[in-house]
Design a protein around this ligand. Structure first.
Ligand SMILES: [Zn+2]
Length: 276
């Protein structure tokens, strides 16, 4: 599942393949996942001047001032191939293709591919509203806490996923961060004090940074098979800290799965009633 670490790594791979190269062919094609099909032919002949992750968005800049924004959501991925190399997925699943003399970059099953002018980039709502980027060179943690506070009534699990609060956390890290910090993902943000939220964000940044190189995601420090995560994907299995069965349930409007230990992450619903 693409989270901030995946996008960061994808940007590294595409940067190595595309930066400073001239686009020889570019196309987007109708795909059930792609909402709007942009005309990418205007990119042919341009040179790639930047490849940048921003939260879970990937921005590819061209020397004619245009930027290609893609968002992988749950299903998308960018692949890089050599010309003529066999693709690992069927061509009909490609949302967009960029070619240079040396490589072919393909966005498979990607629901958001759009071409933006400079002004459009500045106006782009999903980008403008992004919270501090957990994988940014600088991460403004107090600002992240402030934005979580704006979501005081929301369940922590939902607030952590809200890219307008902080950018980069997806479903896996949501469960892992809450577990590591002993925070109940079902309690509202207001149940937690600023220090707890600050620690959660620092832990999220540390975990994302530790996983930008790729391979299997590990939050436990143990790479051995099946040992990598504390809670995510472990419903019904014993908590690695206390042995209580890990619980799983769907949370939020998008019904994303949340995993937690009911003992290590006790509910705060009754602990700290709302004041004032
Ligand atoms: Zn436990």
């Amino acid at each position: 599942m693409p989270e901030g670490d995946t996008i960061f790594r994808t940007a590294d791979v595409l940067r190595a393949a595309l930066l400073g190269r001239r686009i020889t062919a570019a196309r987007a094609q109708p795909h059930p996942a792609l909402r709007r099909v942009p005309d990418l032919s205007v990119l042919v002949g341009t040179t790639v001047v930047g490849v940048e992750p921003r939260g879970k968005h990937l921005l590819i800049g061209f020397d004619n001032g245009l930027t290609l924004r893609s968002h992988l959501r749950m299903s998308g991925s960018w692949h890089r191939y050599r010309p003529g190399e066999r693709w690992k997925r069927p061509a009909r699943r490609a949302s967009a293709v960029l070619e240079t003399a040396e490589s072919v970059a393909v966005a498979f099953d990607t629901p958001v591919v759009e071409l933006l002018t400079d002004a459009g980039l500045r106006r782009s709502r999903p980008l403008r509203e992004l919270g501090p980027d957990l994988l940014g060179r600088e991460f403004d943690a107090p600002e992240g806490v402030r934005r979580l506070r704006e979501r005081d009534a929301e369940e922590l699990g939902n607030a952590l996923l809200d890219q307008r609060a902080v950018a980069g956390i997806g479903n896996v890290y949501k469960s892992e961060v809450a577990f590591l910090e002993g925070l109940d993902p079902w309690s509202p943000v207001r149940a937690f004090d600023d220090d707890e939220l600050l620690r959660a964000l620092r832990t999220a940044r540390r975990l994302l940074q530790a996983n930008v190189r790729g391979g299997t995601r590990v939050t436990t420090g143990r790479r051995a098979g099946g040992q990598g995560l504390w809670a995510y994907g472990r419903g019904g299995r014993p908590c690695r800290r206390c042995g209580t069965p890990i619980r799983q349930d769907r949370q939020g409007e998008l019904a994303r799965l949340t995993y937690w230990c009911p003992r290590c992450q006790r509910s705060r619903w009754r602990l700290r009633p709302r004041c004032g």
